[in-house]
Design a protein around this ligand. Structure first.
Ligand SMILES: Cc1cc2nc3c(=O)[nH]c(=O)nc-3n(C[C@H](O)[C@H](O)[C@H](O)COP(=O)(O)OP(=O)(O)OC[C@H]3O[C@@H](n4cnc5c(N)ncnc54)[C@H](O)[C@@H]3O)c2cc1C
Length: 381
């Protein structure tokens, strides 16, 4: 057992692994890849297991689990199906996080319970066509009109937007770009003036739709404001701190799965009269992959442990975990494809999906370069 974990965390691993291996069968995953639809039956089962409320305190009806339990849940789901990990972590992080951070008691009651039960979906709308790594460059505005705000703008690449009931929209409440005054609003997707673009055609994480959110003179009441005017960027960044750990866990899960598949295949496939794993070049490649997976786990569990202990340095470590795990997952999935040779390029083998699913991990929730910025700022201050 990793030194940062306790027996209860290994129990979470066992239970989630059992769920993932029983429910997320090859047939289910093939169907998702084929139809691009996530089965409602599995979505509902994950709600029943309490996955969507892992991070929500028990007094609000959630599991109140610690961060180590949360990242282990994320890791174990990603080990079998990265897209299932996205369905399970989004309610805890991008959807639930901003409400947990700054929501009023009424907002927590109204939104968190149905999200945890799987009855409501909320997306997180920060990125814009001209403002990705630098969200302070956003141009979406929220202009006060009596007791209401009028929202205008366009968000892009928003996970779950086409099926979301609400969006947490980040918008400028002070038109002066130098003011960096960004506020968060919970916007009902059925309101007049809200629309979504066509679902994007993506390389990986098939089965969870992503699209633009367009806001055209959308009137929301002041009750839609989340936190104070101007606190939106702080809320978004605090949410992403946790999101980054879930993303690192996703990377550990897919890397572990790629390693397992590569080991299995290298024992079965023979070339030059012996199994691939008996060729030192392949055995050493596997040794590197196994070492890297353990190093990834170490960083991830350390970051989650720091969060559990309330360490002030957790932001730096969450970025280190996200950066290292995402980069290494890409390398490991690439090596797993290499070990499979031509078969690794074919959809019949799991490593083909792992390779495509890992690719986005160095991009979303802050690119690797953004993580390098966070880490370098922390060590150079
Ligand atoms: C599948 C998917 C789902 C997503 N889901 C969501 C979501 O739910 N909500 C949401 O708000 N967003 C979401 N995003 C958006 C995602 O967070 C952004 O794509 C990401 O932050 C990068 O922004 P960008 O694509 O505009 O790239 P850019 O910011 O244009 O960056 C392009 C490249 O330049 C690099 N770069 C940028 N600035 C610097 C710099 N100063 N120094 C060095 N290099 C730099 C970047 O690292 C990157 O390599 C999602 C994206 C994808 C692909």
């Amino acid at each position: 057992m990793n030194a940062y974990l306790e027996p209860k965390h290994e129990m979470v691993r066992k239970l989630v692994r059992q769920f993932a291996e029983t429910e997320l069968t090859k047939e289910v995953i093939d169907e998702i890849e084929e139809t691009h639809e996530y089965p409602k039956e599995i979505f509902d089962k994950m709600a029943k297991c309490g996955f969507y409320g892992m991070r929500v305190p028990q007094e609000l009806g959630g599991q109140g689990a610690d961060y180590r339990s949360y990242v282990i849940m994320a890791e174990e789901l990603a080990r079998v199906s990265v897209v299932s990990n996205i369905w399970a972590t989004t309610p805890n992080s991008l959807a639930g996080g901003p409400i947990l951070n700054e929501g009023t008691d009424e907002q927590k009651e109204k939104y968190l319970k149905p999200v945890m039960n799987g009855e409501m979906k909320i997306c997180f709308a920060l990125t814009e066509p001209e403002a990705g790594s630098d969200p302070s460059g956003m141009t979406t505005t929220a202009v006060k009109d009596g007791d209401d705000y009028i929202l205008n703008g366009r968000k892009c690449f928003i996970t779950m937007a086409p099926i979301a009931d609400y969006a947490i929209v980040f918008a400028r409440t002070n038109p002066d770009p130098k003011a960096r005054e960004i506020s968060a609003f919970i916007v009902d997707m059925k309101l007049e003036g809200v629309s979504t673009g066509a679902p994007e055609k993506k390389m990986g994480v098939i089965g969870c739709p992503t699209s633009d959110v367009i806001l055209n003179n959308v009137r929301v009441s002041k009750d839609a404001l989340l936190g104070e005017e101007g606190s939106g960027l702080r809320n978004a960044l605090a949410t992403l701190d946790v999101g980054r750990m879930a993303c690192a866990a996703q990377a550990v899960g897919v890397a572990e799965a790629a390693l397992e598949e590569a080991i299995k295949y290298s024992k079965e496939r023979k070339q030059f009269g012996k199994p691939l794993c008996k060729h030192q070049a392949i055995a050493f490649m596997l040794a590197d992959m196994a070492t890297e997976v353990e190093a990834m786990r170490g960083l991830l569990y350390q970051a989650a442990w720091m969060k559990d202990k309330g360490s002030k340095e957790v932001g730096k470590f969450a970025s280190m975990a996200k950066y290292y795990c995402a980069e290494k997952a890409n390398e490991i999935c690439g090596k797993a494809v290499q070990i499979h040779g031509g078969y690794g390029f074919m959809k019949d083998y799991k490593v083909e999906r792992f390779y495509r699913d890992a690719r986005v991990m160095t991009i979303y929730e802050g690119t690797s370069q953004v993580q390098q910025m966070v880490i370098s700022r922390a060590i150079l201050k």
